[in-house]
Ligand binder design. Structure first.
Ligand code: AMP
Ligand code: GLY
Length: 421
């Protein structure tokens, strides 16, 4: 079967590698891809926002499945357009992608179907939002309703920070995403990412992971798209996984079906696990980046077979994963998560890849006259697979230290929560 994979980040390079292992795969196209995916499949210059162009390409190349990596094409309705054209896609419809595209939608769904999450209110009026944060006090969490590339959330530890966040949001700091605010109870506990595959009717647990969202060591500094991750997350024991499926994921899949927008694809639950058990922070409707990179190296089943099963409504009973731990460190360009420095030279990736158990995934890279250079915020992921978090961590940093990228930086403490347990 021929597959078209949409996206250009580290997540898509990791998905491309896993898809390429499938006995079902004939040809793999990646749009637009990056220099890493170019080594696995064929990069094609398609604009995922131009549905007619994507559909024409799928027909011309006899694409059997379109796999959509990032959220924007899902929220824009690419899956609906493909299905209307008689093509198969992995990912939710536009209506189902509201679980990620609108925090207000998700919070209302949780309230209606008793899915555990923090108390909240929605606001379109600055004065009412300010009055609410003054009434509730800090800590409190202020969020833009729509997609804001992971930057639309302020966890305010003081009332002053909360007021500033409300002001910033209603003065257009997040563009259209900030036209509405969701103000939410601050949840205490340990965060974990939980992934489940869904076929519209049922869901199966895929894997757990932990991300490192802050830019600096010790979880300091501004939020990013994720500076590193490991899988599995020790806090998500088999008992906790069963509880998350029963209390959060399965009720959501049933709720989406009842609401007339069945969820197909991968449901990514951001959880806060506290003393009362797991509560939902947010949903994403795609694989996480960099969580995907660590889950894919653990996957023992055929990814293409699983994604097809989701699209066709015939999920198997379970997914097989290696019991080992995978850990990834993100190398980012200086300046990230602000304006990243472009063009920094990258050398000696092959030295890292020679270390047994280490692989290097491309994200924001570009080839310029044969020289690999940085072309985005998050540039590379060094991934290691080992018997424990501590071993995977040591191995990943050996890989990091083998690479020369003087205009880049990384966190030096990925995995600290697990190694410190
Ligand atoms: P989100 O974009 O909703 O995942 O939020 C970004 C980050 O803000 C999360 O990963 C959490 O670390 C934090 N956060 C979001 N909502 C809450 C909450 N209600 N309580 C505590 N922390 C939160
Ligand atoms: N790493 C978090 C995300 O993909 O949203």
């Amino acid at each position: 079967m021929n597959v078209l994979l949409i996206g250009s980040g580290g997540r898509e390079h990791a998905l491309a590698l896993a898809l390429a292992n499938s006995p079902l795969l004939d040809r793999l196209f990646v749009a637009p891809g990056n220099p890493g995916t170019a080594r696995v499949g064929q990069n094609v210059a398609l604009d995922a926002g131009d549905f007619a162009q994507v559909i024409a390409f799928c027909r011309a190349e006899a694409i059997g499945l379109v796999v959509i990596g990032p959220e924007q094409p899902l929220v824009d309705g690419l899956v609906d357009a493909l299905e209307a054209a008689g093509l198969k896609a992995f990912g939710p419809s536009k209506a189902a992608a509201r679980l990620e595209g609108s925090k207000g939608f998700t919070k209302d769904l949780c309230a209606k179907y008793h899915i555990p999450t923090g108390a909240y209110e929605r606001f379109v009026d600055r004065e009412k939002a300010l009055a609410y944060v003054r009434e509730k006090g800090a800590p409190i969490v202020v969020k833009a309703d729509g997609l804001a590339a992971g930057k639309g959330v302020v966890v305010a530890m003081t009332l002053e920070q909360a007021e500033q966040a409300v002001d910033a949001l209603f003065s257009g700091a997040f563009g259209a995403a900030g036209a509405e605010a969701v103000i939410e109870e601050w949840l205490d506990g340990e965060e974990a990412s939980f992934f489940a595959l869904c076929d519209g009717e049922k869901a199966i647990a895929f894997a757990s992971a932990q991300d490192h969202k802050r830019v600096g060591d010790g979880d300091h500094g501004p939020n990013t798209g994720g500076m590193g991750a490991f899988s599995p997350a020790p806090i998500v024991t088999p008992e906790m996984s069963a509880r998350v499926m029963r209390e959060i994921v399965e009720p959501t899949v049933a709720a989406m079906k009842a609401e007339g927008c069945p969820f197909k694809g991968v449901l990514f639950a951001g959880l806060m696990i506290g003393k009362d058990g797991p509560r939902l922070i947010e949903y994403n409707t795609r694989f996480g980046d960099p969580e995907c990179q660590v889950m894919m190296v653990r996957l023992a089943d055929d990814l293409l077979g699983l994604l097809l099963a989701c699209a066709e409504g015939r999920l198997p009973e379970q997914v097989r994963l290696s019991p080992k731990t995978a850990l990834t460190v993100v190398l980012a360009a200086r300046g990230y998560p602000g304006t990243p420095l472009k063009g920094g030279r990258i050398e000696a990736i092959d030295a890292a890849e020679k270390i047994p158990g280490v692989s290097v995934i491309h994200a924001g890279t570009k080839l310029e006259g044969g020289q690999l250079v940085a072309n985005g915020g998050r540039v590379l992921n060094v991934v290691a697979l080992a018997d424990s978090v501590a071993e995977a961590q040591a191995l990943a940093y050996r890989g990091v230290d083998a690479i020369r990228f003087p205009d880049g930086f990384c966190r030096r403490d990925i995995g600290w929560r697990a190694t410190g347990r």
